[in-house]
Design a protein around this ligand. Sequence first.
Ligand code: FES
Length: 174
Amino acid sequence: MGPLGNGFDLEAYENEGKRLLVVGGGIGVAPIKGLVEALSNSNHEIDVIIGFRDLPYLDNELKKHSQNLIVVSENDASYVLGYVTQPFESALKSRAYDMIFACGPDIMLNKLAAIANGSGNKIQLLMEEKMACGIGACLVCTCKTREGDFGFKHVRMCKEGPVFYGSEVIFDEA
Ligand code: FES
């Protein structure tokens, strides 16, 4: 069954010539492959940062469709050692982007959103969450967004998400 819910908001990127930054972490690298391929058909300038615990996957495919690819590994020194947040911060300091797209674990998306929000950059987050019914009934897949009378609202990834702007999401602090 699927795909479920919404997708990245790409309406503004049908025209050519935007500067875009795409970030993926772990299994979150798989969903960004299709995004980068689709965006590259419209002649955007695309920088990609992907992060892994050990060895990368899809790096060769992503390289073909982007201007710059940075591969980060937590454990393998043949790549940039560390986490995607470090090259992400450097990228935002060195150039302006029209939009950032990211997919990966909550802890990574939380940090990227904080950096992007703090520097006035827009970021779209493809959130990862376990789903059960997939039709909006069981409420297993909720996250919090900033809205409503109480300052937050629970929304369903399988219906209202799984893509949200970084300025909308309230992450649980670890
Ligand atoms: S998976 Fe059941 S409400 Fe989303």
